[in-house]
Design a protein around this ligand. Structure first.
Ligand code: AHR
Length: 338
């Protein structure tokens, strides 16, 4: 009798262990339809998204991180794994490899630079994990290494910056421009430079007399502007900054040099963070070409669509605007979220 009871307990325990194991296995392979390269899985499983962020170099970047953490982090259908690369591509590659090892459903990558991604993205492709690029593009021969790109048209931003500057200063004025570039090798820097040059080269009265990287940071923007002022202070009519943080650093440098930013030297920059709107309102900067960092909702939607087996657009674009002068900045300020 005692033996029979023992056997029954053993059988029940074994059955429970088998059921438990089956449950664990189905959780860890939540990509489901892996062979199609689309994230799949059953309805109740969370979509695990691994996001490799560049760092926290600018106000724009902070707003992007917050948008993603807030949207994906609070979505009951999504589990977000976040990794900050501190501006280093090698850290991003490590993060991607760790996401692959953890068998996440989707990888989201904001790539610090354009080149050098082939090997790791091939590893993600072999593991059948779709990759969504966020905000910056990459340069790869095999375009199937990523599924989609969510972000802005940086060439258009550069073109708009140049057009608005010419509108502001007049096409017949002689204008010497200094350019503060973003991070060397970043698509945001390469494309904004290209777009701006496309328009400027059509107007021989406008010249880019200096162009150097300020790495998208306020401190570096200030430092580079100080050097520009030291060598060409009396010649500079305008600053084109690839982002607001560098423009804000340049404004400080111009004031310390004894000139009036926004008047003696016009300022055009890209992004649209609150601080630059305040600067334009105060007359210290002139033109803002908006680049939208609030990409969380689009990423969440793309992840859900992939999980549902739907095709998603190759390029999911963001809505953006241009703001010129005090009045437009003042009117927009109350509704700025970042
Ligand atoms: O990739 C987008 C750019 O990166 C933003 O314009 C800049 O502020 C950020 O650092």
């Amino acid at each position: 009798m005692y033996k029979k009871k023992k056997l029954l307990v053993f059988l029940i325990a074994s059955l429970m262990a088998i059921l438990l194991l089956a449950g664990c296995n189905s959780n860890s392979s939540s990509t489901g339809d892996k062979d199609s390269g689309k994230a799949g899985g059953s309805k109740d499983e969370k979509i695990v998204v691994g996001f490799s962020q560049i760092g926290a170099e600018s106000g724009w970047r902070t707003a992007e991180t917050e948008s993603i953490k807030e949207t994906l982090g609070n979505d009951p259908q999504i589990e977000l794994k976040f990794s900050d690369a501190q501006q280093k591509q090698e850290n991003q590659i490590k993060a991607l490899r760790s996401f692959i090892a953890q068998k996440v459903d989707i990888i989201a990558l904001a790539p610090v630079v354009e080149s050098g991604w082939e090997t790791v993205l091939k590893e993600a492709k072999d593991a059948k994990i779709p990759v969504i690029l966020l905000d910056r593009g990459i340069d790869v021969k095999d375009e199937s290494l990523y599924t989609s790109f969510i972000g802005s048209d940086f060439i258009l931003e550069g073109e708009n910056a140049a057009k608005e500057l010419i509108n502001l200063m007049g096409k017949d004025s002689e204008v010497n421009i200094v350019e503060l570039q973003g991070t060397v090798g970043a698509s945001a820097a390469n494309d904004r430079m290209e777009g701006f040059a496309n328009i400027i080269k059509e107007n021989p009265k406008y010249k880019i007399i200096k162009s150097q990287t300020g790495d998208f940071t306020r401190a570096k923007g200030k430092e580079v502007m100080e050097a520009f002022l030291k060598s060409d202070g009396n010649k500079i009519n305008a600053v084109y900054a690839h982002n607001d943080d560098m423009a804000l650093g340049a404004i400080q440098a111009i004031e310390e040099y004894g000139l009036k930013p926004g008047e003696d030297i016009k300022i055009v920059s890209v992004d649209g963070i609150k601080d630059i709107f305040e600067a334009v309102k105060a007359g210290k900067a002139n033109i803002i070409v908006e680049c939208n960092p609030l990409l969380g909702p689009q990423l969440a939607q793309a992840a859900k669509d992939l999980k549902a087996g739907k095709d998603i657009e190759r390029w999911i674009k963001t809505d953006e605007d241009v703001f010129v002068g005090k009045e437009e900045a003042e009117a927009a300020l109350p509704s700025r979220k970042y």
